[in-house]
Design a protein around this ligand. Structure first.
Ligand code: F7E
Length: 327
């Protein structure tokens, strides 16, 4: 029988991409998700619709220790991929306590349960490049000090060190990816990349006039979610647990993203994009660039899809989606 993988946040962007990847590898895949309602055009369950008969979903909240205990004890996974989190940095400024309850407590709940009942289970946690915050060195690698500036990033730093502590203190096989921004066609529109590509499609189809954004000069290292899910899997296949930067090594501004995305449909972003200060954050991370040389050397991992191809894929998807909705 193939290995068993349990994924928290299974219906999210990474969760669904990882589930699809692990199924192809012959895993029996189980997911945990909170019961959530669909918002328009962005239904989380849609992301699993093509594989819904191949995976088993448990409803549960990572904040609920007893429910997590029950699920882990029932599934007894070989590998646990912990992806569930409040992941919107901007929103985290208004939700400090949810960061503590969901992101930090949720992570510690899972680690504590594994230590007590399933110490042989390998554990993956999605840490974040936001932990580098106001960067102290560029590009950022596994040795770059953290300097977080948002509740989200501070919470991820706490999770990162808990994952490391359970590895060192209790000998669990626990890994962090220090994951830089990564996107795909199913990224929620709350994140800037999909907000842009979805707007490009709507403007192209005559359904929207303007796109209002925040800081156009923020620079990020944007990769492709399926590429990053492959790295998550590889991390758990090593002999030794460790932490790895997962990135593309390129940095681009939100403005460059707009330029290329609008260009794809023959439009000039300057005619459509306007800045609305309401999308600015109380504290911004200006520039991130990842150095993934450790992942390349140890895992043999490299990103396949880079900036322009990522934008093309997302714009093409949204043009088709909005085109269909418009019929
Ligand atoms: O913002 C700027 C915004 O919300 C990117 C999450 O997956 O990656 C993601 O976090 C940049 C920021 O992603 C708008 O100020 C401008 O500088 O797409 P984002 P994020 O905050 O970088 C990291 C690695 C994670 O771990 C997170 O979970 O774009 N920006 N105008 C805007 N951002 C948004 N959302 N909306 C705007 O209108």
């Amino acid at each position: 029988m193939g290995k068993k993988a349990l994924i928290t946040g299974a219906s999210g962007m990474d969760g669904s991409n990882l589930a699809r990847f692990l199924l192809k590898k012959g895993y029996k895949v189980y997911g945990i998700e909170r019961r959530v309602s669909c918002d328009s055009g962005n239904c989380r369950h849609n992301r699993l619709s093509d594989i819904e008969n191949e995976i088993e979903i448990f409803i549960g909240d990572i904040r609920d220790y007893n429910r997590m205990f029950e699920i882990i004890n029932k599934v007894k996974p070989d590998e646990l991929y912990h992806l569930a989190a409040l992941s919107q940095v901007g929103i985290s400024f208004k939700n400090e306590f949810e960061i503590i309850d969901s992101n930090i407590k949720g992570t510690v709940n899972l680690l504590h349960i594994l230590k007590n009942i399933l110490p042989e289970c390998k554990f993956f946690h999605a840490s974040s490049s936001e932990q580098f915050g106001k960067v102290l060195k560029s590009p950022q690698n596994e040795n770059t000090p953290f300097n977080p500036v948002s509740p989200y990033a501070i919470g991820k730093v706490a999770c990162f060190f808990n994952v490391k502590m359970y590895r060192n203190a209790y000998n669990l096989f626990t890994c962090n990816s220090i994951t830089f921004n990564h996107e795909c066609e199913h990224r929620p529109t709350q994140f800037v990349t999909r907000k842009i590509t979805h707007a490009v499609a709507k403007i192209y189809h005559g359904l929207q006039d303007k796109l209002y954004l925040g800081n156009l000069d923020a620079r990020r290292d944007w990769g492709y979610s399926p590429d990053y899910c492959r790295a998550f899997y590889l991390m758990l296949q090593q002999n030794k647990p460790d932490d790895y930067v997962i990135a593309t090594g390129e940095t681009h501004s939100v403005r460059e993203f707009c330029k290329i995305a609008f260009n794809k449909v023959g439009l000039n972003y300057k005619d459509y994009v306007e800045v609305d200060p309401k999308f600015y954050r109380p504290a911004e991370v200006n520039v991130l660039t990842g150095d993934y040389s450790k992942a390349k050397k140890v895992l043999g991992w490299e990103p396949k899809v880079k900036f322009e191809e990522l934008i093309s894929k997302m714009v093409d998807y949204d043009l088709e989606l909005v085109g269909k909705e418009n019929v």
